[in-house]
Design a protein around this ligand. Structure first.
Ligand code: BES
Ligand code: MN
Ligand code: ZN
Length: 507
């Protein structure tokens, strides 16, 4: 990961390849973003004419706009990168953390290929320091593991110095350290998602977890296909039975001696979703290596809780299987018996996520956690409902759903509360078995949520995050978000673990 340091030096005394300043959108063109003395020093080098020079080359100050100018004499960096912050905040208030996070990410992304950048962005409070450091690090992400033959691509920015008059403040140092852990864990999730399915089978994923987790004091337990059979995990086995790469259920646990609460996280880990015998059409399967995004996010969140030493227990359940068509596949019409003994008539093998989650949720509930949250690229319907940047939040408790939505907002992730209408349960009744795996199509994301609710034990608070839209960015990069796997929900889960550690989960 890119190296990041806070420095209380001025922009005139830190040699670098580029200095980044924020610009606001004014009435008639860009204006210097109010605040930082470090940026004022850059403006001075331009004889007070930085905004005018930027206007000359067409800059407006709109959010995420990047404008590069060569620097005049007097600055130890040859390049000025101006990043737009949009309208200046009202007097006496700072920029919203997410505005700063995106700006910092857009800037460091634009500086790929450079060695060292100095950031002179407005840092009104501790939250701004947290946002700038996190965004800056997230923006440096690249994935080149499968490149060669001279096409390795532009290396990420190697070093970032954030100019911060409060650099010596312990809270600022802590914010920067947290940002590093969070950015590294988001990058881990992005790497896992971007790794093609032929290089990340369920067993590969489990092996990688078993190697990485102990480094951070996280306990790992892997159930292979024989243990899954012995344990009666019919959902995971059913989905995995068509693949040459057998399924796994992985339990990871961070246990803190100071914990007074336990949070269970459950992740959908379909390493490839072809749809199975209910095969997806061309056009719907090219990015289905991303169908393990939930499991990756859960793994990263547990590691982050351990690395941050949070006084809370966090258990992660990764339900790993590959959904493939073959002579040994699950057939539409088959009946499976899930871990808790429920029989499910499988009428569409492409509704596989809910089958693996059924087992994992029921198993997670056996340990009586204070709350369970599952994360899944579960339905195309949720993508239609909320688009590519917002995930849906459902829960069996209204207050807990609100808490998740607010937690996501605190973390800088976009989510929206969705209902679990009881009447949809009717559509999941099977004449043959206890349930069928598909029901009402209208509001299909909610139907899936209602199905999952059947596997949550009585009295356990539960929330479901459907991240099918924002998990994978098949468009161009924006802000701190790269193309490909985004790592969405990692930051929400880490923030949730922090809130649980603060005793904010009880209620
Ligand atoms: N993995 C898909 C959902 C998905 C769609 C994820 C688009 C990411 C982007 C899931 O397993 C699926 O196929 N769901 C079906 C359910 C249907 C058969 C009830 C869907 O949404 O079409
Ligand atoms: Mn599917
Ligand atoms: Zn799927």
């Amino acid at each position: 990961m890119t190296e990041l340091t806070l420095s209380n030096l001025s922009a005139t005394s830190v040699p670098a390849d580029a200095v980044v300043v924020g610009i606001a959108r004014g009435e008639s063109g860009p204006v210097p973003a109010p605040g930082p003395a470090a940026a004022a020093a850059v403006d001075e080098a331009f004889g007070g004419g930085l905004a005018a020079a930027l206007a000359t080359v067409g800059a407006k100050g709109d959010t995420e706009e990047i404008t590069k100018l060569p620097t005049p004499e007097g600055l130890p960096a040859p390049l000025v990168v101006a990043v737009g912050l949009g309208e200046a905040p009202a007097d006496g208030t700072g920029y919203a953390p997410e505005t700063l996070r995106r700006a910092a990410g857009a800037a460091t992304r634009a500086l790929a290929g450079s060695e060292h950048a100095v950031l002179a962005l407005p840092l009104a409070d501790d939250a701004a320091v947290a946002a700038v450091t996190e965004g800056a690090l997230l923006g440096t992400y690249t994935f080149t593991a499968f490149r060669g033959r001279g096409h390795e691509g532009t290396p990420p920015l190697a070093r970032i110095t954030v100019l911060d008059p409060g650099a010596a403040d312990a809270a600022h140092a802590a914010a920067a350290e947290r940002a590093l852990v969070v950015a590294e864990e988001v990058a881990r999730t992005r790497d896992l998602i971007n790794t093609p399915a032929n290089a990340l089978t369920p067993a590969d994923f489990a092996d990688l977890v078993a190697t990485a987790a102990p480094e951070y004091g996280v306990e790992v337990e892997v159930l292979d296909e024989e243990e899954l059979t012995a344990g009666g995990y019919g959902g995971i086995l059913g989905v995995g039975m068509g693949s040459a790469s057998p399924p796994r259920l992985v339990r990871v646990a961070w246990t803190s001696p100071a914990a007074s609460a336990t949070l269970a996280l459950v992740g959908k880990g379909i390493t490839y979703d072809s749809g199975g015998l209910s095969l997806k059409p061309v056009g719907a399967n090219e990015t289905m290596k991303c169908d393990m995004s939930g499991a990756a996010a859960v793994f990263s969140a547990v590691l982050a809780a351990a690395r941050l030493g949070l006084p809370v227990n966090v258990t992660g359940w990764l339900a790993l299987a590959e959904n493939m068509p073959s002579g040994s596949s699950l057939r539409p019409g088959d009946v499976l018996t899930t871990y808790d003994g429920t029989t499910v008539e499988v009428l569409n093998t492409d509704a596989e996520g809910r089958l693996v989650l059924a087992d994992a949720l029921a198993r997670a509930c056996e340990e009586s956690p204070d709350a369970v949250v599952d994360v899944a690229t579960l339905t195309g319907a949720m993508v239609l409902a909320l688009g590519k940047r917002i995930f849906g939040v459902m829960a069996n408790d209204d207050a807990f759903r609100t808490l998740l939505h607010e937690t996501a907002e605190q973390a800088g992730e976009q989510s929206w509360p969705m209902p679990l209408p009881a009447e949809l349960g009717e559509s999941l009744k099977s004449p043959l078995a206890d349930l069928k795996n598909v029901g009402e199509r209208m509001g299909g994301g909610l139907t899936a949520g209602v199905f999952l609710n059947e596997f949550v034990a009585e009295g356990v608070r539960w929330a479901h995050l459907d991240i099918a839209g924002p998990a994978f960015n098949d468009g161009g990069p924006f802000g701190y978000t790269a193309k490909g796997g985004t790592g969405v929900s990692v930051r929400t889960l880490v923030r949730l673990a922090e809130r649980a550690a603060n005793g904010e989960l009880s209620g």
